[in-house]
Design a protein around this ligand. Sequence first.
Ligand code: NAD
Length: 433
Amino acid sequence: MNIAVIGTGYVGLVSGVCFSEIGNRVICVDNNQDKVDMLNAGEVPIYEPGLKELMVANKRAGRLSFTSDIAEAIRESDIIFIAVGTPSLPNGDANLGYVEQVAIEIGTHLESYKIVVTKSTVPVGTNDRVRELIQSISTQPFDVASVPEFLREGSAVKDTLNPDRIVIGTDSERAIKALKKLHRPLTENLIITDIRSAEMIKYASNAFLATKISFINEISNICEKVGADVTRVAEGMGYDKRIGSSFLKAGIGYGGSCFPKDTQALIQIAGKVDYDFRLLKSVVQVNQDQRFNVIRKLEEIFGTVSGRTIAVWGLAFKPDTDDVRDAPAIDIIRYLTEAGAVVKAYDPIATANFRKEMDVASIAWEDNPLKAAKGADALCVLTEWKEFSQMNLMELASMMNEAIMIDGRNVYNKEQIHASGFQYYSVGRPGLN
Ligand code: NAD
């Protein structure tokens, strides 16, 4: 099939590459010319395991190309995916400006029947708006569909090639037939539904996962006070098939480009129909508070962090990605620097992106975890990169000014900690302290 994917970010690029991998002819479009030039030169602008190899192979096979010429991409394709960003506006609403802009461009360049598919996460009713915008410009025939994306950064290629399900929301039999054909090589779990339900499935799924995370984080806070171990509690809960073990890892809360903005957007969607989504509001509040547990622990130890040197391991919002959007590390490091601490920061991949968010003189950017820890008064582990779990903790403790660790992701086990000499604080595991 001939596919256009508009927007070559984490979702658009991975989707485009994977659609070409299963034999389609794909044109990826971006209005950022630098990105397009980079992709045409065989470089991937984001870090995503396995992506570069697949991209290069499919480009070479002639199935995948990149352009900033949206008119050409629309002309050459049967199905057009919209995969541009929908970031939060200051009030929490999803910013639909990019989606609407693309809808207008599609309307402008439509010359024959197309299926227009929204992959971006958009509030209920947005696909109707896309239809209206195109119809206001063009008299050509087209159908719209909502096919929300569920990939996870860090395993995006794997998730896209082996999705748990594909949701297809449309009122057009023709679109259903084409979208079934396109997605069937990926999974048999095709959920065919109406457009509004498809739009809602995406928000409900992310809100539910965020709820699980905030739930186990609250349990961890209670565990710390009553002397229980949250990792064992989660394990004991997770074997229950009704609960499931995923997303029950206590830590410093969720971040990234999806959960924070999608929970806020769903609160706004509910508010607009006069529904107060109390549960989700609490989920968001709990998540925000959880980040500051790291600070609370440091201040309990030092009184004030002013004048202290704090090493930070992990800037990305989770391992295996360079994405720092709404990462807990941003709030934590901002607080530390504003409170007068010196921060020595290390991340295997995400440092360059983090520096674009925050680059102040009191942060030293280190290219090695041991250099970051050397001479520090405390070490905070904020992302569970695999390399951190392999560290020699005894050596690490010996090079710090004070061997104090706040492990925000429960990276280390009892044996490692006891042998290390660290004064150790983790999440919901008071027995290890
Ligand atoms: P992103 O910011 O990484 O990428 C968006 C891309 O769209 C950018 O490259 C930008 O230059 C391009 N763009 C913007 N306007 C354009 C236009 N008019 N024409 C052509 N290109 C344009 O965003 P992302 O993380 O890939 O997310 C895209 C959507 O998918 C969002 O709605 C997001 O909520 C959703 N989503 C993201 C993830 C994720 O893990 N990142 C997962 C599921 C769903």
